[in-house]
Design a protein around this ligand. Sequence first.
Ligand code: ATP
Ligand code: MG
Length: 306
Amino acid sequence: MALTNISLPSLDKIASGKVRDLFALPDPSTLLFVSSDRLSAFDVIMKSGIPNKGAILTLLSAHWFRVLTERIPGLRTHFISLDMPPADVVPAAEARAIRNRSMQVRRLRVLKIEAIVRGYLTGSAWKEYQAKGTVHGLAMPPGMRLSQKFPEAIYTPSTKADLGQHDENIHPDDAWKELGDRETARRVQELSLQIYNTAAAYAEERGIIIADTKFEFAKDAAGNIYLVDEVLTPDSSRFWPKDVYEVGRDQDSFDKQFVRNWLIREGLKGKEGVEVPEDICRATEERYKDAFLKLTGKTFEEAAGN
Ligand code: ATP
Ligand code: MG
C-alpha cells in the first residue's frame, strides 16, 4: 500500500510539498523531513502513490549525502541523521508509520532557484535546442542529436514557482536576480556542477547515466550554503541504464519518465488527481528499486531492514 498522507499527531506540520511533509522538532534549528509515496508529474499530484517510494527516496538521498560529503571537501548538507527522534517526541506507534521515510535535517532558508544540471540533451532542453539551437539561452554545438552528451555538463537553472505555477527556465547569468546577489549565484552554480560531476562519475561506474538532475540549496543565518532537499533520486533526476544507451533516440529509464510517457499517451499530462493504473505504479516501483540497487549496491529490502 502506498502512503500518501503522513500523519504525526505529536509534531507540528510546518509545510507540505507535493511529495514531502516537514515537521517541527523541539530543537528549532532542526526539522523532521518526511517523504510520502505521493507521485507528482508535470507539477501536479496524482491520486495514486508509488508503494515504498518515500523510503526509497529517503534512503537513497542519505546514501548520496554520505558519498558526496566524502568526495567533496567542505560540502555542507542539511542531513543530520536517519534516526527517529526520541520516543518522548515521537511515540513508537507514530514512528512505525514513517519508518525509513524520515530524516532529521537542519532547518534552513531555501534559495529561490531550481539548480538544474544537464549532462545530456533531452526533455525540455531538446525541445529548445531543436527550435533555437540553444539550451536555457546558452548556445550549444550545432548538429547535436537527441540524448547526446554535452561536451561538458551545463548549469541550467529555473525559477522556483509557487504551488500551482510552473517553473521557468532562465539563463544562468540571470540566476542572481532570483537569488539576490551575484556571489551566491556564482557559488550555487559552482557547487551544482561539482556535485553533478562527482555523482555522474560515481553512477557511471555503477551502470547508470545521470542525464540531468535538480538540486536545491539553502543558507544558514551566517550565509553558508547547504545542499538540501532530496538528492540524486529518480524523482529529481533522469537515470538511464548505461548498457543500452544509444544516441539519437529516447532512452529507457529508471525514473518517472515511465509515468510521464503513460500520462502523455493517455492525454492526461498536467491533469490533477489522476488515478494511475496498478501495473504502471508497480513497474515504477520496480524501476526505483533497480536504481537504488545499482547506486547503493544493496537491495532496497536489505537497506530498509525488511
Ligand atoms: P518545491 O518546488 O518547493 O520543491 P515541492 O512540492 O517539490 O515544492 P517537496 O519536495 O514535496 O516540495 O517538499 C520539500 C520542501 O521542503 C521543498 O519546498 C523544499 O524547498 C523544502 N526544504 C528542503 N530542505 C529543507 C530544509 N533543510 N529546510 C527547510 N526547507 C527545506
Ligand atoms: Mg521538491
